[in-house]
Design a protein around this ligand. Sequence first.
Ligand SMILES: Nc1nc2c(ncn2[C@@H]2O[C@H](COP(=O)(O)OP(=O)(O)OP(=O)(O)O)[C@@H](O)[C@H]2O)c(=O)[nH]1
Ligand SMILES: [Mg+2]
Length: 147
Amino acid sequence: MSKRVMVIGAIEAGKSSLIKALLQKEQPARKTQALEYADWVIDTPGEYSENPMFYRTLMATALEAGMIVMVQDATRDRNYFPPGFSQGFPHACIGVITKADHPAADVKRAEAFLRQSIGGARIFCTSAHTLEGVEELRSFLQAHCKP
Ligand SMILES: Nc1nc2c(ncn2[C@@H]2O[C@H](COP(=O)(O)OP(=O)(O)OP(=O)(O)O)[C@@H](O)[C@H]2O)c(=O)[nH]1
Ligand SMILES: [Mg+2]
């Protein structure tokens, strides 16, 4: 299947850094201002996940994707996605925990937040800094989506 992967999640959750790690790009991520198409990935601004006004845009953009990656920052003490959010998408969703390397990371808490919104879907634990989990995630996404 040759479909893109759409990455969603709160402001500063680490979406763009994760995408750069997946695509093996060196330069640091800058604030994402609009939908950004990079290779086989669609990056989204965190505002689109935090503000329900943008949910329709996310749903429409999902039609161009074969899979949705829902990102949860391991350092955050709240879930920005509504319960069951993944059910609104027409494609498979997976969860990705970011910033696992951070001293304030709580991976178990992040996993529990993701479970509220993606149910039993697969969850990967990653760091864009140490690259923990990135190769495993890349292989999974390439097998399921990328040409
Ligand atoms: N410790 C640590 N910090 C990270 C990691 N990934 C991202 N960050 C930091 O988190 C901040 C936000 O990263 P971005 O990748 O720009 O986040 P984003 O989700 O794309 O943010 P928006 O574009 O605003 O929605 C930056 O200061 C990054 O350096 C990580 O794996 N570990
Ligand atoms: Mg970004």
